[in-house]
Design a protein around this ligand. Structure first.
Ligand code: FES
Length: 121
């Protein structure tokens, strides 16, 4: 089976995200869709695969909850890895220096649009 297919989806309206805020998404309708999340901060939006580079868990336990309590960083709910919002680099916790996989994201006509593979690798 090939996982080379790439698709583009609308995650949400940019204006529906608080500042800052995060929202999960998936691309593909198979058993193993590609899972990711977007983070809004100010006028910028970032997107990453929902895959913690420490032990490969999804970062969140609660729907759409990817940020620290003060919403200044991304946090993994499993063992507390802290990642920078704009770079995806782990700056604290069990995997310092490692990086979340970025996902292509843009704002088009007010929509937050991501593109990526339609299945997990
Ligand atoms: S799996 Fe994310 S910190 Fe361990």
């Amino acid at each position: 089976m090939s996982s080379e297919a790439v698709a583009e989806i609308v995650v949400c309206r940019f204006e529906d995200l608080n500042d800052p805020d995060s929202r999960e998404f998936h691309i593909g309708d198979g058993d193993w869709p590609f899972k990711g999340f977007v983070v809004r901060r100010g006028d910028e939006v970032y997107a990453y695969q929902n895959y913690c580079v420490h032990a490969g868990h999804p970062l969140n336990w609660q729907p759409n909850q990817f940020l620290t309590e003060d919403k200044s960083q991304i946090v993994c709910a499993s063992h507390g890895a802290i990642y920078e919002i704009d770079s995806g680099v782990c700056i604290s916790g069990p995997c310092p220096g490692k990086k979340l996989l970025p996902v292509a994201v843009l704002i088009r006509d007010g929509d937050v649009v991501v593109s990526g593979p339609t299945a997990q690798a």
